[in-house]
Structure formats: C-alpha cells, structure tokens
Write a protein that binds this ligand. Structure first.
Ligand code: DX5
Ligand code: ZN
Length: 217
C-alpha cells in the first residue's frame, strides 16, 4: 500500500506560510485546514490565502474544509487549482453533486467524517470519491489526543474501500504522531495528516520521513 504523509500547517507559523511549506520537502502534500467559526469553533483562513499558496508553490495541496454551506464554497477551491478538496459530510446537502463538481474542476473529491459519524450510510458515495478522511479528534484544533475509538471505523472504511475496488485513499487526521501512526496503518489508513507532530519537531522534514518509514515498516 502506498503511504502518504500530508503535514498540516495549522500549528506552523502562518505569517511565514511559504517558508513553513518549504520546510517539509519530503511531504506528499500540504494539508490546509479551512475553518469558518461556524462548522467548528475556530477560524483560520479561506480562499484568498489558498489562492496565494497556489500561486507560490507546485506542491500537492490537500484542502480540508471545516465550513458550513460547503456545497456553495468548496468548488472555488478546486477552481483555484487545489489537487484535493475535502468536504465534511455533516455540512453537505448534496454530496454527490458536490463530488462531481469537484472532479469536473480537476480536483480529487474527498469526504470527511467527524469521529462520531458512521461510514455505513455513505457507502453508496464511495464511487463518487477519491478519498475518505476520518477525523481521529474532534475537528477544530491541532494538538489534541488521538481517539482510539475511531480505529474500528478505519478498519470498516478500509473494508468498504476494498469492496469498491480499493482506489480511494484513506486519510486520518488528528493526533497522528510516532506513537499513534502504526495502529492507523494496521487498521488500514494510507494517508496521514500530522500537524503538531511535524511542526513542533526540531527537524520537521526528518519527522515526515520518520513517520513515513514507520508506516511502511
Ligand atoms: C484539526 C485539523 C487537523 C490538525 C491536526 O481539526 O483538521 O488537520 O491540524 O493537528 P494535530 O496533528 O496536531 O492533531
Ligand atoms: Zn485537517
């Protein structure tokens, strides 16, 4: 299974985003957390910042939208040239139409689930998607503790993805670090967001490589 490490810049120095992204050349993508203080109780940045990042780098941009009215706002991120756009299923009224719009705009379409949201009701959506993101903390903040209670859902989602041909990536986000990545790999995840573990490390790129090595071991 191909393993991908996609660091989140949420806890990086956002006044120096360009330099912070350049600190992790070994990463497979850059995870950008968009929060609107409605879907989650925190506020970060939106489309203008993502457009500026797009103009600044050729890196794979993995946009995680934690916003309300996502059917309205998500397509703009695909049109801006992001390689992957993730919407929360809890915030989407028309997920099939949204996924198709994202793909038509050239992005990978991805669906995120909060820790308490089950995957079974959404099995029929999998053919419309390129990735499922399972939150392993409540969305909103970096630096929280990994929730072991999500592990069975990771395994269940892996089984559903395999049943549908195994093409989708399975991303986990929240509390991913040296001491938690292995159990996610065992459960079936292949794509890993790590925020504080990477950006609070003395050498962020060495941490990216170390997480990757741990995951493939
Ligand atoms: C949380 C965000 C995460 C966050 C992860 O709502 O979606 O991407 O940055 O941070 P860590 O890795 O510190 O849990
Ligand atoms: Zn995220």
């Amino acid at each position: 299974m191909e393993i991908r490490i996609t660091p989140s810049v949420l806890n990086a120095d956002l006044a120096n985003l360009s330099a912070e992204i350049a600190r992790v050349p070994s990463a497979d993508g850059i995870h950008l957390d968009v929060m609107d203080n409605r879907f989650v109780p925190n506020l970060t940045f939106g489309l203008p910042v993502v457009e500026s990042v797009r103009a600044d780098t050729d890196r794979f941009l993995d946009i995680h939208l934690m916003i309300a009215d996502v059917d309205r706002w998500a397509p703009g991120y695909a049109e801006a040239g992001a390689e992957s756009v993730t919407f929360h299923i809890e915030a989407s009224e028309k997920p099939v139409a949204l996924a198709r719009t994202l793909r038509a705009a050239g992005a990978r379409a991805s669906m995120a689930l909060k820790p308490g949201t089950p995957i079974e009701p959404y099995e029929d959506l999998l053919p419309e998607l390129d990735m499922v993101l399972l939150m392993t903390v409540e969305p909103g903040f970096g630096g929280q503790s990994f929730m072991d209670s999500v592990l069975p859902k990771i395994a269940q989602t892996r089984a559903l993805i395999d049943k549908h041909g195994g093409q989708l990536w399975l991303q986990v986000d929240g509390g991913i670090a040296a001491d938690t990545i292995e159990r996610c790999v065992v459960a079936g995840a292949d794509t890993f967001v790590a925020g504080s573990a990477v950006y609070r490390a003395d050498d962020p790129d060495a941490m990216v490589r170390s997480l990757h090595d741990q995951a493939v071991a």
